[in-house]
Design a protein around this ligand. Structure first.
Ligand code: GEK
Length: 241
């Protein structure tokens, strides 16, 4: 696995972060060292796939990157007649995701599509995953996106939404940002790498509060929803139709 050294050598302009070839190349290392709880989110997606995926339905991985959630679902689906549709806008991610998912001879049909998830057709879905992706969609487009997910799901289907969040309390926000930076320091990112990445991602990743997410899911029609994972300012929510 290639080590993420992107911000050790290159200076960064505010808001310049892109899911390009260089990022795709080091992506597993970048996520493991930057997102507290990332590994747990992938493990839970596998466990939920074995419980919730219904025969003859579709599973969607929206903003699939290299397909970690797709592979977790595929490994744990136990029922027949299912199909996985994984979508990402970045050609560098899609190319690598195809190579990674084509090689293991799984019996589950898997389609990797290069597309904007805001235009994706979602239908007959018993499981939808957006693992740290909604945060990159403009805030004004988020309700419409969540409604389309809800409307394309089967009754009893599960939606997993993982996000970086902001806190209403400014003191708690400062503390959790600092604890997240400690997490990155403990994973061998330097102060310079941390501050350059922070600048590069500004206004590219737009976090909202946990309440804003829960309210949106509820108003989109999800019957049940709640946070199942939280580490510092990273959460994962389960919503059931
Ligand atoms: C994982 N889910 O490993 N349409 C499609 N894809 C998009 C869009 C869009 N409009 N905007 C951003 N992306 C993965 C990790 S990463 C999270 C997801 C992160 C894609 C973007 O190209 C990138 O691959 C992904 O969303 C976000 O579980 O980097 O923090």
């Amino acid at each position: 696995m290639s080590k993420d050294q992107i911000f050790s050598s290159q200076n960064s302009l505010p808001g310049s972060f892109e899911f390009n070839d260089a990022v795709a190349e080091v992506f597993p290392d970048m996520l493991a060292r930057s997102i507290p709880g990332y590994g747990q989110s992938i493990a839970a997606i596998g466990a939920l796939a074995s419980r919730y995926v219904q025969p003859g339905t579709r599973c969607y991985d929206l903003g699939c990157s290299l397909g970690a959630a797709t592979l977790a679902m595929r490994e744990h689906i136990t029922v027949d007649g299912c199909e996985i549709i994984a979508i990402d806008l970045s050609p560098a991610m899609v190319e690598r995701c195809r190579a990674l998912t084509e090689s293991d001879g799984s019996r589950i049909k898997t389609t990797i599509s290069e597309n904007d998830i805001r235009h994706a057709n979602i239908e007959n879905a018993s499981m939808v995953v957006m693992n740290y992706t909604l945060q990159f969609i403009p805030v004004d487009d988020r309700l419409e996106m969540i409604k389309r997910i809800h409307d394309g799901m089967t009754p009893g289907g599960v939606f997993v939404l993982s996000e970086k969040v902001a806190n209403e309390d400014s003191e708690v926000e400062r503390l959790l940002v600092d604890l997240h930076h400690d997490f990155k320091r403990s994973n061998a990112y330097s102060e310079l790498e941390i501050s350059r990445k922070r600048a590069a991602i500004e206004n590219v990743l737009i976090p909202e509060t946990t309440n804003a997410h829960i309210q949106r899911l509820t108003s989109a029609g999800f019957e049940h929803c709640g946070v199942w994972l939280r580490q510092f300012n990273f959460i994962s929510i389960l919503a059931i139709k």
